[in-house]
Design a binder for this molecule. Sequence first.
Ligand code: 13P
Length: 228
Amino acid sequence: MKTIAANLKANLTPQSTLSYLSVLQTELDCLQNVKKHDIIVFPNQTSLTDNAYRHFEIGAQNAYPIHNGAFTGEIGQEVLNALKIKHIMLGHSERRQILGENNSVIKEKFQFFMQENMRIILCIGEDSSVSYVKDFLELQLQHIDLSYPLLTIAYEPIWAIGSGRTPSFEDIANIMQILKDLGVKKALYGGSVNKDNIAQICSLTDGVLIGGASLCPKNFSQMIALVE
Ligand code: 13P
């Protein structure tokens, strides 16, 4: 059983997301291995919709650690509950780098959503200037309770995101081992996952977090078909 997740980022509109999800559902009806895997789609915030699809679940790319209230521009747990959403992504490098989320903000969100019993995908990963990757990842995980059973870590080296470049399979296997040694129970890989590398990457990991290549539902479904 692998986790195969699509991060749609700030792409698609509420309307085109609905058609994406409906095409994906129909495509997955024909896939033999669909029941074997956990498939999650993370639409953008205004395209979040009821978690009510066959074969896959809807997740939120981010939320604020509150139920509701005076937090302009944010959504809280009340919205996630109303949509029956159980998955949340935290700490994506685009939020860390572009929107200034640091480890302490991510820790606060992690603690809140852990208390809400949400399934958390927490993203970590270094950029190309980092020499001691293990130390860097350890720091990003420092205040995260790795024993939380609904936690999955997504390792996404920043230089691999949207670049068409990935670490070697050997390097991915090494990082997975480092994460296990740090106490991580479940780990995905993300960064330029495509049809050519998904099968092998999934054989080394607990699954993948896919950006660009998941934006076309047929392509995403064909990628899922390749995973053992
Ligand atoms: P790409 O698959 O486009 O490299 O994006 C990866 C990513 O950021 C998933 O969260």
